[in-house]
Design a protein around this ligand. Structure first.
Ligand SMILES: [Zn+2]
Length: 63
């Protein structure tokens, strides 16, 4: 018995999920640093994020 995830055929059939890169709401930079992650009770994930370009602090919410 082998693990299904090690079978090449199964790997080729995996769907692609494309996500846009998060950007700074102030300067549109993609050079961001998430320094803390909080799992919220409503089911999403909130990342405390700082823009490395302009220093803006904001929350990145993964839904
Ligand atoms: Zn910025």
């Amino acid at each position: 018995m082998s693990n299904p995830s090690t079978i090449p055929d199964a790997a080729e059939r995996r769907p692609y999920v494309r996500c846009k890169r998060p950007r700074c709401p102030r300067c549109d930079s993609i050079n961001l640093h998430s320094y803390k992650t909080t799992q919220r009770s409503i089911g999403d994930t909130m990342r405390h994020t700082k823009c490395r370009t302009c220093g803006t602090l904001f929350y990145l919410v993964m839904v």
